[in-house]
Design a protein around this ligand. Structure first.
Ligand code: SF4
Length: 633
């Protein structure tokens, strides 16, 4: 590892501007040992440690089969297309690498053909035609490379497959199938880059006894591991959406038109299912909400509409059973229909499964019913045990007040080595923490007017170059409206353009102010003077209105635990650390962090937050902020 990371080593020779860091070398050595011993490591690596190279180099040099999982598809692409080629060149050792994403990322030949033949899609003809042309050129079938579809395009689900509607080896296009090819390459590769959603869908499939999506490996390295407990909880359990039911109805009609035109009864029953689905959605009222299922299942008429929907699905299943022998596609529609009936029954039972939180996500366009487990630790632990391998969990934000307990408890990991490598940045000289005195607490109606005044002052001293990070859209919009009235600096407000174009604009201006909520707290990298100040409006406690969080809080309280210190504070600490991590991104960066919430200093729990931050000079005097920037002008 010294040969790779030290001054004059392989990385110094190959990577422009590479700076050796002792933390990075230590981390690489520790991961090398973990992979060799087949152990479990949980490691927090502060911003600037260079953790990506610190795990990629030992993974490549181990000669083992290693899965690397990242938080997002963008990071996955970056790792595969930028970091791995850099290391391939620097290390000069042969290895095979593969990129594997979830099946919804790959164009499906069979479903593209179905969509083209579907008269209901004729207004998308141009896009479908462009996709067909692209199909002839692409090697991977990864739709993100095509630039033809927005992620929320209605066409996306028409031209990609799900585990329910894929025909597998009986598909007429199986020999050309992009997913089958990507999996084959993953099977043969030494280093496979995946994402947490795919990793957790493997766990969910295994837990439901339906097999697995990933081949076995010698080691798993999970980056951005702080996201894993939440993603695991989205995958374990049961869910059924109005979209799934509509897709079944439409696929059944398309299959009939293709292979069983004489069976018009399937069309009639599919239409009845859709109409009873609309009627169920209408019975739930107009407002969009995420709410416990118990709160709405008692509403007038909901139970009746639910049983009518089940009855219509039963009737459709009877018809599909008769049609199933006509084609593989119809046989599969029959199986999908039965599986939806089983899932719906889960939400119709009088006596619900008490290990699950039943809740509904009601949207104007439809409805999703979820059964989410109270805890994912048992599932995760069992899944890990079934994969005898080395495990590395890493992120810049895993500890709460220096301890890993919160993270390891959530995933049920009991026997891991734990290490913290602090950031190599010198926060004492590069930064200042300003904690303004605000005379009221965040729930006071005057609170936002204080945030507006502080924001104006800060922006003036930092000459723009500021991120204002909020915990709610209400606060964001109120402050944005106030700043729009008089601002000498370009203002960028979340929602006015895509995240990436707002960030590009922010960097280009060099003196802009960006206002954002959740999605700007993480995964945003603006180096240099363009970002010299980060203001956080209040402690980022999750909304207690979230039905899953509320149910977990209630259960812990019933068991005699303290949900505030065990659930709410740790989650807010991790979120705060992510937000703060936007400020200093390089050894030459400098900046002021503004933590507005008076509870950081007035409440006993405020200490937990402050103990979780890098050691920065703290002030309550705005004149110190002025001096900090003036000294660096
Ligand atoms: S095997 Fe499945 S994913 Fe592949 S082309 Fe056929 S239906 Fe689509």
């Amino acid at each position: 590892m010294k040969h790779v990371f030290n001054e004059g080593g392989l990385l110094s020779q190959q990577v422009d501007g590479y700076t050796p860091r002792p933390q990075q070398l230590e981390m690489a050595n520790t991961i090398q040992q973990t992979l060799a011993d087949g152990n479990i490591l949980i490691a927090e690596a502060g911003t600037g440690t260079g953790k990506t190279f610190a795990y990629l180099a030992p993974a490549i040099l181990s000669g083992q089969k290693v899965f690397i999982s990242t938080g997002t598809k963008n990071l996955q692409d970056q790792l595969y297309n930028r970091d791995l080629p850099t290391l391939r060149k620097a290390l000069a050792v042969p290895f095979k690498a593969a990129l594997l994403k979830g099946r919804s990322n790959y164009l499906c030949h069979y479903r593209l053909g179905m969509a083209q033949a579907d008269p209901m899609q004729k207004h998308h003809y141009d896009t479908l035609h462009s996709l067909t042309v692209w199909l002839g050129r692409t090697k991977s079938g990864d739709l993100s490379e095509s630039n033809l579809l927005e992620e929320n395009s209605p066409i996306w689900s028409k031209v990609t497959s799900t585990i329910d509607n894929c025909l597998g080896q009986e598909c007429p296009n199986f020999s050309d199938c992009f997913i089958a090819e990507a999996r084959k390459q993953a099977q043969e590769a030494d280093i496979v880059v995946i994402n947490h959603h795919l990793l957790m869908s493997d766990m969910a499939l295994k837990a439901s006894g339906q097999g697995e999506v990933l081949p076995s490996a010698d080691a798993y390295i999970i980056d951005e591991a702080h996201q894993l407990p939440d993603i695991a909880s989205q995958f374990i359990g049961n869910r059924i959406s109005s979209h799934q039911i509509q897709e079944l109805c439409r696929d059944s009609i398309r299959e009939i038109e293709q292979d069983a035109v004489d069976m018009g009864s399937v069309r009639d029953y599919a239409e009845k299912v859709e109409s009873s689905l609309h009627s169920l959605r209408r019975s739930l009222g107009d407002s969009e909400q995420r709410t416990p299922w118990l709160n709405i299942v008692g509403k007038l008429g909901v139970k009746i509409k639910l049983s009518q929907l089940t009855e219509c699905l039963d009737n459709l299943a009877e018809q599909l059973e008769l049609a199933a022998e006509r084609s593989k596609g119809l046989e599969q529609c029959y199986e999908r229909c039965n599986s939806l009936i089983d899932t719906l029954a889960f939400f119709s039972q009088e006596q619900a499964d008490d290990s699950m939180i039943l809740w509904a996500d009601i949207r104007s366009s439809g409805l999703i019913l979820h059964a989410t487990p109270y805890e994912v630790s048992d599932y995760f632990q069992q899944w890990m045990e079934e994969k005898p391998a080395a495990w590395v969990f890493t992120s810049a934000t895993l500890t709460v007040a220096g301890k890993f307990k919160n993270f390891s408890n959530q995933l049920g990991i009991s026997d891991a080595e734990t290490v913290v490598w602090p950031s190599p940045f010198d926060y004492k000289t590069q930064s200042l923490l300003y904690m303004p005195s605000i005379p009221v607490e965040p729930n006071n109606e005057q609170y936002l007017s204080h945030i507006i005044d502080i924001s104006k002052q800060i922006i003036e001293y930092s000459q723009g170059r500021t991120f204002l990070l909020f915990t709610s859209y209400r606060a964001l919009n109120t402050v944005a409206d106030a700043l729009k009235e008089q601002s000498d600096y370009p203002l960028m407000v979340q929602g006015s353009a895509t995240k990436s174009s707002l960030l590009d604009e922010f960097r280009d201006h060099g003196n802009a102010v960006l206002l954002g909520t959740n999605s700007f707290w993480e995964g945003v990298d603006v180096r240099g003077e363009a970002l010299s100040c980060v203001l956080i409006d209040k402690i980022p406690f999750a909304s207690p209105g979230d039905p899953v969080l509320q149910a977990r809080i209630d259960v812990l309280r019933e068991r005699g635990g303290n949900p505030f210190s065990s659930i709410q504070i740790p989650a807010a600490v991790i979120q705060l650390k992510q937000g703060i991590g936007r400020l200093i991104r390089d050894t030459k960066d400098y900046g002021v962090l503004v933590l507005c919430d008076p509870r950081f200093l007035s409440k006993p729990y405020g200490k937990v937050f402050l103990r979780s931050l890098p050691a920065m000079p703290i002030t309550q005097e705005i004149s110190d902020v002025k001096t900090f920037f003036a000294d660096r002008a």
